[in-house]
Structures are given as C-alpha cells and as structure tokens.
Design a protein around this ligand. Structure first.
Ligand SMILES: [Zn+2]
Ligand SMILES: [Zn+2]
Length: 177
C-alpha cells in the first residue's frame, strides 16, 4: 500500500484521496488465531501541511476469530479509523513526534504498518460469536449453544441425593461411637 507523495508536495493544504483493496496474508493475524475473511480496504485522505503529511481515513475488513467462550469461528467486522503522520526522510527526526510516524523515502511511503496496527487494535481481547454465547460446559465440554448439557441435571439426580444422605449418616455413626 504505497502512497506517492510527490503530487501532494506541490500543493500544500490540498488533500489527495487514496484507495486500496488488497488481500493480506493470514500469517499476519495467525498469532491471534484469526484469518481474513475479506480483502483489506483502505480509504485515506492525505494533506501536506508544508512540513509533514497527515493522513486520515478508514480500514475496513472482515476477520474470522475463534469465540473466546465456545471456540466456534466468529466473524469480526473491522471498521477502524486510521490516522497517520508521515515525514520525509531526513526532514525531521521521528523522535520529535509523540505518536508513531512513517518515514517516506524518495517521495513514497508504505502505509501497511499503520494499517496492520489498526486491524490489530480492532480485534477484541475476548471475541464473542454472540453476546449471549453460553460457551463450553466446564464439566463435559459440550458447546452449550448447540446441545443441552446434562451436568446440572446430574447434580440433582435422586440417586446422587441418596448417596449424599448415606455418607452423612455414616459420618454421624462414626461420630457417636
Ligand atoms: Zn461463542
Ligand atoms: Zn456439561
């Protein structure tokens, strides 16, 4: 996602619009257990202030991530704001800026690092397939969204109650002797 800044430099304060649609490799988000369900779309307007380039726009894509409760693949729609500061190589020091800056070489800059960062920040820490997701049963491991689990029924099973009573009686017997 290369932006050519040469035209912008000739017309300070006049924005130029750039649009990209690119497939990103799944390896980028594999660490989060995710994969891309759509290409990455970026629309950005860049303005040259006379000293630096300021880009504002939006990143749109779709990701498939495992639900943090039931582990089923769930769709995350990414629509994240993008704001980028770009400087020409050698013009200013990147340390002068409190936020990350991209450095343009020979009038061109690759905005991909900023786009990837925006995608990462759009992925929730605990993604859910659905806010009502019941998750997996810690007892038997069934997906409670798909099938009813018997674990809670077993707790009130009459035979289980009888067994508990027996244990209690046994305890009393030992105690009274
Ligand atoms: Zn779920
Ligand atoms: Zn269960």
């Amino acid at each position: 996602m290369i932006i050519d800044l040469k035209q912008l430099r000739l017309q300070p304060q006049q924005g130029e619009q750039f649009s990209f649609v690119e497939f990103y490799p799944d390896e980028l988000v594999q660490g989060l257990g995710a994969r891309f369900a759509d290409p990455v779309r970026v629309d950005i307007e860049v303005v040259f202030t006379g000293q630096i380039y300021v880009g504002t726009g939006r990143v749109i894509t779709k990701l498939i991530v495992p639900c943090s409760r039931c582990l089923e693949p769930s769709l995350i729609e990414v629509s994240e704001e993008l704001s980028i500061t770009i400087i020409d190589a050698g013009s200013r020091k990147p340390e002068e800026f409190k936020d990350d800056v991209l450095v343009a070489e020979q009038g061109e800059v690759d905005i991909e690092p900023a786009v990837i960062e925006a995608i990462f920040s759009a992925i929730p820490l605990s993604p859910l397939c659905n806010s009502e997701c019941q998750g997996l049963c810690p007892g038997c491991g069934v997906n409670k969204n798909m099938e009813a689990c018997r674990c809670s029924e077993e707790n009130i099973d009459p035979r289980w109650e009888a067994l508990k009573k027996l244990t209690r009686e046994g305890g009393e017997h030992i105690g009274s002797s």
